[in-house]
Design a protein around this ligand. Structure first.
Ligand SMILES: [Zn+2]
Length: 184
């Protein structure tokens, strides 16, 4: 059990859902959705329908097609949460819970990624471009990659940095291709 993070490139809406609350049967369609609380992360998409879903909250969703996808960045749920906490602590100096509890801090580096689902969801290209810039950005004279790299947590250090670079690549590709980053 874990999260697979893909970038899909040049994503366009397909008008195929005819019945509220039901997915279409076209297996080649890309099904994208977000919990309502994260709808802003996919604001470029011509979304979509809303319905009270199995999550007990509104979900925004729709069918799309894409011109291919990036390599997957896959982690266990626990691995991703440790990785995300390290990102938050190393670059922002705070725990992720601080961001989760205070949405007004979304302007901080990486905040739209840290304050996001860890299992399923969609981030479209405008937000992806911002996060991509954060991967390449710096704070207080040190690059975010350096801050992340120097915030050591143990023997798996190379693993953490590799995931940083892999995700930076996914977000960069999505940002320049009108794509989406999909967590599934
Ligand atoms: Zn469809």
């Amino acid at each position: 059990m874990g999260v697979d993070i893909y970038g899909y490139l040049n994503v366009r809406r397909v008008e195929c859902i005819t019945e509220p609350g039901k997915w279409c049967e076209q297996c080649d369609h890309l099904r994208l959705y977000n919990l309502d609380v994260f709808a802003e992360r996919a604001r470029d998409l011509p979304i979509i329908e809303e319905h009270a879903a199995r999550y007990g909250t509104l979900v925004r969703y729709g069918c799309f097609v894409a011109d291919g996808r990036t390599d997957s960045v896959s982690m266990s749920y626990s691995g991703y949460n440790v990785w995300r906490e390290r990102l938050c602590r190393s670059v922002l100096g705070i725990l992720p819970q601080i961001l989760w509890e205070d949405p007004t801090r979304l302007s901080l580096p990486f905040a739209p990624l840290i304050n996001f689902a860890d299992n399923e969801g969609t981030i479209s290209w405008t937000t992806a471009a911002r996060i991509s810039a954060d991967f390449r950005g710096s704070s207080n004279g040190l690059s975010h990659r350096e801050l992340f790299s120097e915030h050591r947590v143990g023997a798996d250090d190379a693993w953490f940095l590799r995931k940083y670079d892999d995700l930076a690549k996914v977000f960069s590709q999505v940002a320049t291709s009108r794509g989406v980053v999909r967590f599934s």
